[in-house]
Design a protein around this ligand. Structure first.
Ligand SMILES: [Zn+2]
Length: 137
């Protein structure tokens, strides 16, 4: 099990949910919905208060993934003000971005397993993972 997967399973156990919004609120992370143009979201720490910013034009599906990704930064890279998660640069990503995507896919899957007749892509989509993120599972 990778460090990222271990962090995810600790959270699932501690909070009894894989909902990134619920976990963020239990951790007193402030969530803001803002006009961010091409940016899906970002995480920052301001006067020791962790904040997740989400583009207010995203679909609910993509907001949820973005929240999970930014929560990953909080867990894995708490002191880094992360580069923006941009629509068109999802593949051109640094180590911390890959880790946050890896975290988000594992969190959103939680303890779920595929149905017997389900493809990997169907399974990941059913769990809220955008198709361009399927490679991170
Ligand atoms: Zn990021």
């Amino acid at each position: 099990m990778s460090i990222v997967q271990r962090e995810v399973s600790n959270l699932l156990m501690k909070y009894g949910t894989n909902n990134p919004f619920d976990i963020s609120s239990q951790k007193n992370i402030l969530i803001f919905y803002e006009e961010l143009g091409d940016i899906w979201g970002y995480y920052n720490l301001f006067v020791r208060v962790p904040m997740i910013h989400i583009n207010n034009e995203l679909t609910e599906f993509n907001s949820r993934f973005t929240c999970a990704h930014e929560l990953g930064h909080y867990i894995l890279h708490p002191n880094v003000n992360t580069p923006f998660l941009k629509k068109n640069t999802l593949f051109c990503v640094s180590k911390i971005e890959r880790e946050a995507n890896h975290f988000a896919t594992h969190l959103l899957i939680g303890n779920d397993v595929p149905y017997p007749d389900e493809t990997k892509a169907q399974f990941l989509t059913r769990n809220g993972i955008p198709s361009n993120m399927h490679g991170f599972y």
